[in-house]
Design a protein around this ligand. Structure first.
Ligand SMILES: Cc1cc2nc3c(=O)[nH]c(=O)nc-3n(C[C@H](O)[C@H](O)[C@H](O)COP(=O)(O)O)c2cc1C
Length: 202
């Protein structure tokens, strides 16, 4: 299948840390998907360059800020969005929440509408960032009718990768593969269904 016809999944990483486990997880996902013939992951670099949401300025930065335009266009041109988020104090990092909020604005121009959404989280802790995933899910409720989305957690992330950044555990890799297949299936379902019209109350 030609590259142009592949499902486009936009990867958004919620950590700015150079050696981020969530970044490593996203790169593993990208490599796994590259072996599927119908989908690809493009990683958005980087959400730390986006301005803070400010309603007084949003019309200006949505029209004139190259990072905002590139971010919203990348979401709009994708079939699915895959997040890899750390858990910060049982929630998601502020920089990620800010990026999501930027993507939903202004007013009815919510770039996430009709996207299939996948969420992954990696944490050195035993719960793998699952509480952050709950917060992310709550944010997605604001986007309109929920269509469900798959989740993947990677606990004990400090020991999960080898020196090349590859997942060491065959079972963790197998689960990631099957998780990504679920996301691709969800994205195909979204792509083949008619777009949802959602009234904005903002
Ligand atoms: C401000 C802050 C709060 C944190 N809170 C949590 C937490 O609630 N739960 C958790 O599992 N880890 C927590 N951590 C640890 C992160 O999971 C850990 O730093 C992780 O490596 C961050 O993801 P990254 O490797 O992708 O940057 C916190 C880290 C920071 C900096």
């Amino acid at each position: 299948m030609a590259t142009a016809q592949k499902l486009r999944i936009l990867g958004i990483i919620g950590s700015l840390r150079a050696k981020s486990y969530n970044r490593q997880l996203m790169i593993n996902a990208q490599q796994i998907i590259s072996h599927m013939d119908n989908a690809e992951i493009e990683i958005f670099e980087d959400i730390g360059q986006l301005p803070f949401v400010n309603e007084d300025k949003e019309l200006d930065y949505c029209q004139n800020d190259d990072n905002v335009k590139r971010f919203k266009q990348s979401i709009e041109q994708s079939d699915a969005v895959l997040f890899a988020t750390p858990e910060y104090n049982f929630s998601i990092p502020g920089v990620l929440k800010n990026a999501i909020d930027i993507g939903t604005r202004p007013g009815p121009k919510n770039s996430f509408i009709n996207k299939a959404i996948g969420v992954m989280s990696a944490s050195p802790g035993n719960l793998g960032g699952i509480r952050a995933q709950g917060v992310l899910r709550q944010t997605f409720f604001a986007f309109g009718p929920s269509t469900g989305y798959p989740e993947y957690i990677l606990p004990r992330a400090g020991q999960a990768f080898d020196e090349q950044g590859k997942l060491k555990d065959a079972q963790a890799e197998k689960l990631l593969k099957s998780y990504l297949q679920q996301l691709v299936n969800l994205a195909l379902k979204h792509k083949n269904s008619s777009p949802t019209t959602i009234k904005s109350n903002k």
